[in-house]
Design a protein around this ligand. Structure first.
Ligand code: SF4
Length: 445
């Protein structure tokens, strides 16, 4: 008899966030679709792009980050009250296993692919375990993600070529979730997946597609050359470290393979802040060299989307003006600003907790505030209000319509990519508008 499986990605409570704006699909669900036997009828419901309503099912699997975990728990309770089993996975419940057990029948800790078939088989035997520990397996011969059940409302598809990071930035949950060993998929398997991708646009979701070390850089070149050789004519973006700009060959082939822009965690214009967060890659490059690195990427026609985190212990009140000055004078194409967010499972969270500086601790409800837009701790050199207002001021000073237009024109001249500069304009306007809209929503929360 056919059983029904619902795969659910919950939305954050009453808040517009980046996921709603970007409409990116939760990649893990496409792997679960592939790994589910044919006698299951599967449906994906993503509350970020469509409305959610209870519907009958035999089993419900929920994925969540931290900010949408409370909503995930709420949905789980709705099904459990009707006697329907639920299982939840993702980065939040992996860090907060004991909390999650109170709201779901089973928790998958870590990477779900290695245990998913065991979960289904235990369900069929009526013997689901409270916890399944996913393993960090090799990425060779990985199952191909099945995206056929994705909503048509997604704006961008994502492709993953590696997992893990050997670095240990204090605020980051990647090393805890994916491990500090950098694992890569074979290039040919990635190319096969790209060839089968039905959309023109996509995003490589690896935390750093360039990897770590000479061999990894050669693999990136092999991947980009493979895309050119196979005639995969798509436009794409990816996350890289700032040292991407050190290798002309990587940049040359990335551009030829369709790279529109790279997302880089610059994190801060203050080396004191970089030291506090242990962002060693950026310290090696040096803040004074950021502008030159941006220019080098522009020379190869590649746009730069920089992410900056404000509120670090090394940040003083002048950090906002310094960040604004950098954004307006470095020719950086797009900027995303965040307030330092102590995610559970990170060293930052543990430190702030020990120091008694966390402000929103009525869990699990308060996890909904953990989305980079709220001040969740007492900053060292300013008040929470000054931090919140400071970030809003940087956005106000850098994302007005006229300023974004001027920045997009510079972008067009620098990268010689009209499409890229149009995306840059929309990205800057969208980021500023999202921040202001979210500020209004916060007032009512
Ligand atoms: S922020 Fe980037 S470099 Fe630092 S640990 Fe996370 S993934 Fe690695």
């Amino acid at each position: 008899m056919t059983k029904k499986l619902l795969l659910i990605n919950p939305a954050q409570h009453n808040r517009t966030n980046l996921a709603t704006l970007l409409r990116l699909p939760p990649a893990s669900l496409a792997y679960l679709v592939s790994l589910t036997p044919a006698d299951w009828d599967i449906k994906i419901i993503d509350e970020n792009v469509e409305s959610y309503m209870f519907e009958e099912a035999d089993l419900v699997a929920i994925t969540a980050y931290t900010c949408n975990a409370p909503r995930g728990y709420e949905i789980s309770q709705e099904y459990r009250q009707r006697g329907i089993k639920t299982v939840m996975g993702g980065v939040h419940v992996s860090a907060m296993r004991d909390e999650a057990i109170g709201f779901v029948d089973s928790v998958v800790v870590g990477e779900a692919e290695s245990v998913w078939q065991e979960v289904l088989s235990d369900f069929e035997k009526g013997d689901m375990k409270p916890v399944y520990q996913g393993e960090r397996t090799s990425l060779d011969n990985m199952v191909k993600p099945n995206r056929d059940l994705y909503s048509k409302r997604y704006r961008l598809l994502s492709v993953e070529t590696s997992r893990g990071c050997p670095n240990d930035c204090e605020f980051c949950s990647v090393p805890a979730f994916y491990g500090r060993t950098y694992r890569q998929r074979p290039v040919n398997e990635v190319l096969d997946e790209l060839e089968a991708l039905k959309t023109k646009w996509f995003f490589f979701t690896d935390d750093n597609i360039l990897g770590y070390g000479k061999k990894a850089e050669e693999r990136a070149i092999q991947l980009f050359r493979g895309m050119i050789d196979r005639g995969i004519k798509k436009r794409w973006g990816c996350y890289v470290g700032i040292d991407f700009a050190n290798n002309p060959e990587v940049m040359k082939y990335a551009k030829k393979a369709g790279c529109l822009g790279v997302f880089i965690g610059f994190e801060s214009v203050s080396e004191e802040a970089l030291e506090v967060m242990h962002k060693v890659r950026n310290l090696r490059v040096g803040v004074s060299n950021y502008r030159e690195k941006i220019k080098r990427m522009h020379d190869y026609g590649i746009g730069v989307l920089g992410s900056f985190v404000l509120g670090n212990d090394g940040d003083r009140k002048d950090v906002f003006d310094k960040t604004t000055e950098f954004i307006l004078n470095s020719n950086i194409d797009v900027v995303q600003l965040s307030i330092l967010n102590p995610f559970p499972g990170t060293r930052l969270y543990e430190r702030l907790k020990q120091e008694g500086r966390l402000l929103r601790t009525d869990y699990p409800g308060d996890w909904k505030y953990y989305d980079f837009m709220d001040v969740l701790f007492s900053p060292r050199h300013m008040t929470p209000e000054e931090l919140s207002e400071g970030v809003a001021r940087v956005y106000r000073d850098t994302t007005s319509r006229m300023t974004c237009l001027k920045r997009a024109l510079i972008s067009a001249v620098q990268t010689r990519d009209l499409l890229g500069s149009t995306v840059a304009y929309l990205g800057n306007r969208g980021a500023g508008t999202l921040w202001m809209k979210s500020s209004e929503q916060r007032v009512g929360m």
